[in-house]
Design a protein. Structure first.
Length: 119
C-alpha cells in the first residue's frame, strides 16, 4: 500500500484526470476521425486479404510506389515482398546486394492511397 501516488509513477491513482501533474495530452483524435480510420482500415484489409500471394503495386500517402508480392495482411499492416527491380525504370540494371532480394517491407494500411493487382 502507498499513500502518495507521486511515489509510484507507473500506476498513479489519478491517471488521466485533469490537473494531474505530469499528464499532458499532446494529441487527441476526433471521435469521427477515429471511426473513419477504423472503417477505412477494415475496408483495405478486406480488399487485400483475398489477394495474398499475388503481385500488387501500391502508392502511399507520401507518393511512394512499391511493387511486389503481398505476403500477408493483418488488421494494421500490409507486408510486401519487393522485387529487386521494382523501383527501376531505366535501361541499365543497377547492382543489388543479396540482402536486397526478397526484402519484405511493412506498409501501414491507412497510408495506402492506391492498390493495383498486377498478376
Amino acid at each position: 500500500m502507498y499513500t502518495n501516488p507521486m511515489h509510484h509513477p507507473v500506476y498513479p491513482e489519478h491517471h488521466g484526470q485533469p490537473g494531474h501533474p505530469g499528464h499532458h495530452v499532446l494529441y487527441q483524435a476526433d471521435p469521427n476521425w477515429e471511426h473513419m480510420l477504423k472503417q477505412k482500415r477494415d475496408m483495405i484489409m478486406g480488399a487485400l486479404h483475398p489477394h495474398v500471394g499475388r503481385t500488387v503495386r501500391v502508392t502511399t500517402l507520401d507518393g511512394h510506389t512499391h511493387e511486389g508480392v503481398l505476403v500477408n495482411v493483418d488488421g494494421h499492416h500490409a507486408y510486401l515482398q519487393v522485387s529487386p527491380h521494382s523501383h527501376h525504370h531505366g535501361h541499365h540494371r543497377p547492382i543489388y546486394t543479396p540482402a536486397q532480394y526478397n526484402q519484405i517491407i511493412t506498409l501501414v494500411l491507412f497510408e495506402l492511397l492506391v492498390i493495383l493487382l498486377l498478376s
